[in-house]
Design a binder for this molecule. Structure first.
Ligand code: TMP
Length: 218
């Protein structure tokens, strides 16, 4: 039997330091205050297994991960996450907010690391079971500002700032490629993507987010 009300899946994408996680927290609160049941989640790391995969990929203890292993680990994280967290929540009519989803694999592993895009699309399809976001917010920001924000993150708390993760240490050209690829895939699916300029203040950016989600949730 078909579910009566399927929830909505909104994904948050962009280069490191674009502010998507902050915007997602604000949107979570905004929607909860308006009576929506919201499930905030992330990739990698949206499940117990996913947290282990995230730490294996990003803590950098072993040095670099083989690119093929990396591609498959993101897919494994996603396969588990979609089936254990996202689909059940959507079937209960909830609004799922995900900090990254398969577009990140297209961009980072496909465009930036150079894996064949047909293969990447097939893996994405397999991992998601064909699930697509209802809306994808792409926070667009120049790479330099993004990196500065990443380095400032957690400053004074001794938290993330002192230890930029492995991907934060990639050269600028890598991040430039990622930014350009995100813009390219967004242009190809304008009905799903909204590009949000993210160089302004948190409040300014959030106003743009609110505008974009109005239609979806009415
Ligand atoms: P985050 O810091 O936004 O949580 O993302 C963690 C890193 O993982 C980020 O640098 C992008 C990378 N990543 C990929 O390379 N491929 C993927 O499929 C996902 C979900 C993340």
């Amino acid at each position: 039997m078909e579910t009566m009300t399927r929830g909505k899946l909104i994904t948050f994408e962009g280069i490191d330091g674009c502010g998507k996680s902050t915007q997602m927290r604000l949107l979570e609160r905004y929607l909860a205050e308006r009576g929506f049941t919201v499930v905030p989640t992330r990739e990698p790391g949206g499940t117990v297994l996913g947290k282990k995969i995230r730490s294996a990929l990003l803590d950098g203890g072993e040095g670099s991960v083989e690119p093929l292993a990396e591609l498959l680990l993101y897919a494994a994280d996603r396969a588990h996450h979609v089936r254990r967290v996202i689909m059940p929540a959507l079937n209960e009519g909830k609004v799922v907010l995900s900090d990254r989803f398969y577009d990140a694999t297209t961009v980072y592993q496909g465009y930036a690391r150079g894996f064949d895009l047909t293969l990447v699309n097939q893996l994405n399809e397999l991992a998601t079971g064909g699930l697509k976001p209802d809306l994808t917010l792409l926070f667009d920001l120049d790479v330099e500002t993004g990196l500065k924000r990443t380095l400032k993150r957690g400053a004074g708390t001794g938290a993330e700032a002192a230890q930029p993760d492995r991907l934060d240490q990639e050269p600028m050209t890598f991040h430039e490629q990622v930014r350009a690829a995100y813009l390219e895939i967004a242009a190809r699916e304008p009905q799903r993507f909204r590009v949000i300029p993210a160089a302004g203040s948190v409040e300014e950016t959030f106003e743009l987010v609110i505008k974009e989600i109005q239609n979806l949730l009415n």
